[in-house]
Ligand binder design. Sequence first.
Ligand SMILES: Cc1ncc(COP(=O)(O)O)c(C=O)c1O
Length: 396
Amino acid sequence: MISKDYLSPWAKNVSPSPTLAVDAKAKALKAAGEDVCGFGAGEPDFDTPEFIKEACAQALTEGRTKYAPAAGIPDLRLALAEQYKDYGVLGEANPAQVVVSPGGKYSCYLAILATCGPGDEVIIPAPYWVSYPEMVKLAGAIPKVIFAGDDQDFKVTAAQIEEALTPATKLIILNSPSNPTGSLYGREETEEIIELACRKDLLIMSDEIYEYLLYDGSIHHRPASFSSEAADRVITVSGFSKTFSMTGWRLGTLVANPSISKAVASLQSQTTSNATTFSQYGALAALQNWSKAMGAVNEMLVHFDRRRMKLLDGLNAIAGCSCLRSQGAFYLFPSIAELGISSEDFSNQLLEKEKVAVVSGHAFGADGYVRLSYATSDEVIEEGLLRIEKFCDELK
Ligand SMILES: Cc1ncc(COP(=O)(O)O)c(C=O)c1O
């Protein structure tokens, strides 16, 4: 038997992803024959658009099954560079500033690893995506969490960030539209944060993985597009998972100034190498047939929007629950604080008693809330609401 304390400080400090754990628990219950209403999943419930799958299948048929350049196949990097030039994020369509990685999650991790080290502080607005604090710790850096509740639409202000700054602050993480709240930063709010970053010589990691999943005519503002200085300071992360229902393909993107993108490419070349070669050909087809791709996204959005409103109205009709109308992504983040139960207990007991899977707000740094994903069928939403209402009534 091994007697030594053999796990590294990184392994000892890291927690497993709670969102993946809830989803796995719900799937296991379902597999055991339980009738589970799952609101835990962070992935669209649609299939990947057919033409994207066909492009990938063709790449396989053509034998594109070998290593590719670590930072991505040249055509995909170029297509992304052209798109980001059109968006005003890049001055020129320079593929060297683009890195394609095995998932947006890895893009985030490498953005942090490339810029932060021991002693550096990273500002993380809560409610946050569960992985940010863990990634910061894995880089040896220190997460500095600041909080914005539903009274401020879950969005931190530049003044709040400024108050949390110390001489050790290196990076601010932004995620708009947000997981878990669906909140979206407006133009002025974004501008104020960029102004602060420039004044205090800070970097921003802008995680825009939900950039195309928007409602009520809302507009997504890319922080890197505000000025050439912003373009230098902002690392833009996105990916294909959420937009095109390609979660299993593992394709993320990162756009940054040349020295950061070079460092990210080097880190990737020594850790994962390239994202799956034939997957990248599917993504390339999406970029090369953009209006077709957006047509498929708009079809998904019709369903997401209908479900969003159904779930929102249903939650707000339950005594003790109150929920803001989100502007993006596919999550709602109701407050359950009035019910006088912790969000951990709420989500555990709801799964046990009513077989409804939601994720505790605690996982996102926001006790008193729970996250529900509406990337699920109308039937599940209707049945789930009935069960949640019954559960809440019994709590009183
Ligand atoms: C805010 C946010 N960023 C990044 C990711 C990573 O997505 P993926 O690694 O599937 O591309 C997710 C996935 O849940 C997310 O919610």
